[in-house]
Design a binder for this molecule. Structure first.
Ligand code: FAD
Ligand code: NAD
Length: 474
């Protein structure tokens, strides 16, 4: 056993939670160690999550757009074909560039890195298990940022061949003929989009009454229509009954909403039913770190401290949405708190984005939540088909919905399905962060012609003042 020197903080896991916490702690003058078992930095997000999925979404979108829309722009693109190997290697290059970038950032911030499995030995010591022996890392504070892994369905165990998880589905070596996706959440709809665009006959089996449960119902219906336009068949309130396997294919049987048993032939079945926090072998039980019994997430106080003094936890391991930007902000907050600064995360203004086409993005309360919470609100909707930029760009599907409290006009939520929704949502996030109103957005000058004018028009529509919509639409 080799014992290293003492660090102010030791972080286990180098995903967006862990590496961002490390950089911020180093900026604040702390000596920092990061332990990562993957062999490279960046966690789920950079290696097998956000980045490779967006690379595949962008490549597949280019292929699909060329085939489906170029002709009406007067561009003839005959003989379109897919070179899947090139598509995959481009994705790998994007991932490698970003992973190398994180390594360079850790180095330039003088952060010490250890490659191996980190295990909590005591409240101030992490043991790093490496092929060459164990290393003991002493630290004033320990931050756990070990993220999450795909949840499993016992009836459909992932074999990485026929039944795959999201990691496998980002690296298939051929386009499936029949892809069945179990789970119509964010991963389900994004990866169904990728493979449907590339030619797979794709079905989604979702147990709840809408896709991506929790999302604004009107947006979910609109998303469902756009996915149907890609040829994806969606079965809501459906349950998998049985999987009859042959050598390389299967017939998945599901009970649909109307009680029928429907056969889904498949040469790939993607299990996308959520993710579970990853604490396996972490040693949290040794030091009495409490987990939430139903979710398995590590319980933390407002300062991210676990039930073991000196040990903190952030990211997918703890409460809240499993999102990279949420993990990053918690990484910054915990580092600032350790430095005696007032770090915090505003959980009311965390945006969610689904990178379908059109994209979906939202922040704040839904209309359903406003009703449930007895909030008196006004809603304004503006459709992209009345937005000049969207028409010019041939991206006129979708709408923006703005919700504001009656009386105070405080912005409660903004829900977008449409072009560049992922970028447009930041205006709503910033306005809400400042406690702003629909009027604040409505009174701000938006460049013309831009998609962002639709956000402004929806804010005007809260009071029936949208300019480019007939009064009956408001
Ligand atoms: P992770 O990124 O999971 O990192 C944890 C790290 O800890 C890993 O590198 C792991 O190897 C390491 N580790 C675990 N245990 C140990 C140990 N004992 N010792 C040493 N190292 C250990 N979120 C978004 O916001 N936007 C998106 O577009 C998006 N797309 C996604 C697409 C997919 C397909 C998936 C699966 C996820 C996506 N997410 C997205 C979610 C996002 O990836 C996670 O919310 C985010 O990565 C969580 O960050 P984290 O730092 O908590 O953990
Ligand atoms: P999810 O929680 O978003 O969706 C899981 C879906 O599976 C739900 O709709 C659920 O009702 C359904 N489901 C559960 N059990 C089922 C069953 N037995 N049969 C049929 N349906 C079932 O989880 P996910 O899509 O796996 O994504 C995991 C996490 O990764 C999410 O928390 C998400 O925030 C994150 N993620 C984010 C992005 C993004 O920000 N664009 C992209 C991908 C993943």
């Amino acid at each position: 056993m080799q014992t290293t020197t003492h660090f102010d903080v030791c972080i286990i896991g180098s995903g967006p939670g862990g590496y961002v916490a490390a950089i911020r702690a180093a900026q604040l003058g702390m000596s920092v160690a990061v332990v990562e078992k993957r062999g490279c930095f960046g966690g789920t997000c950079l290696n097998i999550g956000c980045i490779p999925s967006k690379a595949m979404l962008d490549s597949s979108e280019k292929y699909h757009t060329a085939g489906a829309t170029f002709a009406r722009h007067g561009i003839i693109a005959d003989n379109l074909r897919i070179d899947l190997a090139t598509m995959m290697s481009r994705k790998e290059k994007v991932v490698q560039t970003l992973v190398d970038g994180v390594a360079a950032l850790l180095k330039s911030n003088h952060i010490t890195t250890f490659s191996g499995i980190g295990r909590i030995a005591s409240a101030d010591t992490v043991t790093v298990l490496t092929p060459d022996g164990n290393i003991s890392v002493h630290a004033g504070s320990i931050i756990l940022a070990t993220g999450s892994v795909p949840a499993q369905l016992p009836a459909l165990p992932v074999d990485h061949e026929l039944i795959v998880d999201s990691t496998d589905a980002l690296s298939l070596d051929r386009v499936p003929r029949h892809l069945v996706v179990v789970g119509g959440g964010i991963i389900g709809v994004e990866l169904a989009s990728v493979w449907a665009r590339l030619g797979a006959q794709t079905s989604i089996i979702e147990k709840m009454p809408q896709l991506a449960p929790g999302m604004d119902t009107q947006i979910a219906r609109s998303l469902q229509r756009s996915l149907a336009g890609l040829g994806i068949s969606m079965h809501l309130e459906a349950q998998v009954v049985e999987c009859k396997r042959q050598a390389k294919t299967a017939v998945l049987q599901a009970k649909t909403k109307d009680g029928r048993i429907v056969d889904f032939p498949a040469d790939k079945i993607l299990i996308a039913v959520g993710r579970r926090p990853f604490t396996d072998g972490l040693g949290n039980d040794r030091v009495g770190i409490e987990l939430n019994e139903s979710t398995g997430r590590i319980m933390v106080d407002k300062g991210y401290q676990t039930s073991c003094r000196g040990v903190y936890a952030i990211g997918d391991l703890v409460h809240g949405p499993m999102l990279a930007h949420k993990a990053e902000d918690e990484g910054i907050a915990v580092a600032e708190l350790l430095a005696g600064k007032p770090g915090h995360v505003n959980y009311d203004t965390i945006p969610s984005v689904i990178y379908t086409n059109p994209e979906v993005a939202y922040v704040g309360r839904t209309q359903e939540e406003c009703r449930q919470q007895g909030i008196d609100y006004g809603a304004g909707i503006f459709h992209f088909k009345a937005n000049g930029r969207a028409l010019a760009a041939d991206h006129a599907d979708g709408f923006v919905k703005t919700l504001a409290e009656r009386g105070s006009d405080r912005l409660l939520g903004v829900h977008i399905i449409g072009p560049n929704a992922s970028e447009l949502i930041v205006e709503a996030v910033t306005t809400m962060e400042y406690g702003g109103s629909a009027e604040d957005i409505a009174r701000s000058v938006h460049a013309h012609p831009t998609y962002s004018e639709a956000v402004r028009e929806s804010a005007l529509a809260v009071d029936g003042r949208a300019i480019h919509a007939p009064p009956s639409n408001l």
